[in-house]
Design a protein around this ligand. Structure first.
Ligand code: ZN
Length: 344
């Protein structure tokens, strides 16, 4: 079990980057992976603070989470051998930094600038262009520095997407339990409870998760980080990713313009909740409350692509047993499901 040692959530926590590095023993060198936009928002400040304290800083800008970007970052880590890699930015920057640091055996610190999914704290990374269209094991961040003053300035769309990724745990945990019952798969009750509790807390506080509300954002960040920790405890993504994620992974491949990860899994959760005979109406209303999409139209995806994704979802990762293996959706039954839940 690999868990984060320092988790800082709050207004102005970015200023703590040097004390955190020193506490963890990174006194000499650091490598900052960021993007051109996120550099202005937070990367610049992180680099200034580290340099002012006498820590040598190297930096690299990445624009997407592809295998090529990971290779480029890995090569630089190999060349300069920093003590720690800091990923400063949204999901893509953090994923690239996390995976390349893990592959080089270097410690990693996560400094998210948005709250769009649970990758900000999980031990997994999602990389485009790899043979697997889903997240792969990397390493848990050694520290997470989530500055609400920075994250609150990101578009609310990211925050709403993050809520979708947390609400997804209602069905992910059900799928995991089902796999345990049917396939005798390992099921960790502690990890499952932690993920489920995060989903319940976000649902309970849905009203306060609105643009500009720091209290609601804090709840979401704590929930996302708890989901990341749940995956670290389980040793895989099971507590956080079930049938609703499989649906989203296929949609990423078939849609001409996929929506954000958390937006897609949120819509998937509504439909998978119906298959699990959970209260899908409540899930839908919670997503509506936080301003997340609940229909194909709001996702901006074609009806045919959505139906295709529902039918194909169970084939994308055959070893991951979910409710979709029991229901075996056809084009016809997928349409009935999407209509029943108001997604189409
Ligand atoms: Zn997710």
């Amino acid at each position: 079990m690999q868990l984060p040692r320092e988790v800082l959530i709050g207004n102005g926590t970015i200023e703590q980057v040097v004390p955190i590095c020193k506490k963890l023993g990174f006194l000499k060198s650091a490598f900052v992976v960021t993007g051109t936009q996120t550099f202005k928002i937070a990367g610049h400040r992180v680099i200034d603070l580290l340099e002012d304290s006498g820590i040598g800083v190297d930096r690299l800008f990445v624009s997407s989470s592809t295998v090529e970007e990971v290779a480029a970052v890995r090569a630089r880590i190999n060349e300069t051998k920093p003590q720690v890699v800091l990923g400063v930015g949204g999901g893509t920057k953090i994923d690239v930094a996390k995976l390349s640091a893990a592959q080089q055996g270097t410690s990693f610190i996560s400094v998210p600038t948005s709250a769009s999914h649970d990758g900000i704290a999980s031990p997994l990374a999602s990389i485009k262009g790899s043979e697997k269209p889903y997240s792969v094991m990397a390493q848990a961040p050694m520290a997470i520095i989530a500055d609400t003053n920075i994250i609150i300035q990101a578009s609310h769309r990211y925050t709403a997407s993050g809520c979708g990724d947390v609400i997804a745990k209602f069905t992910a945990v059900r799928d995991w339990h089902l796999a345990h019952k049917v396939k005798n798969e390992y099921y960790g009750e502690y990890a499952a409870s932690l993920a489920l509790m995060s989903a319940k807390l976000v649902a309970k506080n849905a009203e306060s998760i609105r643009p500009g509300n720091e209290e609601g954002l804090r709840v979401l960040l704590e929930a996302l980080i708890s989901c990341g920790v749940a995956m670290s405890i389980a040793g895989n993504s099971r507590p956080s990713s079930g049938s609703e994620h499989l649906f989203s992974h296929v949609l990423d491949l078939v849609a001409s313009k996929p929506a954000m990860h958390g937006e897609q899994v949120g819509v998937g959760t509504i439909m998978m909740a119906s298959l699990h005979e959970l209260n899908w109406r409540r899930i839908k209303s919670k997503l509506e409350k936080v301003g997340a999409p609940t229909t194909a139209e709001e996702l901006g995806v074609e009806l045919e692509d959505l139906i295709k994704s529902l039918v194909k979802a169970r084939t994308i990762r055959p070893e991951r047993y979910t409710i979709l293996d029991q229901k075996r959706l056809t084009e016809k039954s997928a349409k009935v499901l999407a209509k029943k839940t108001g997604v189409i």
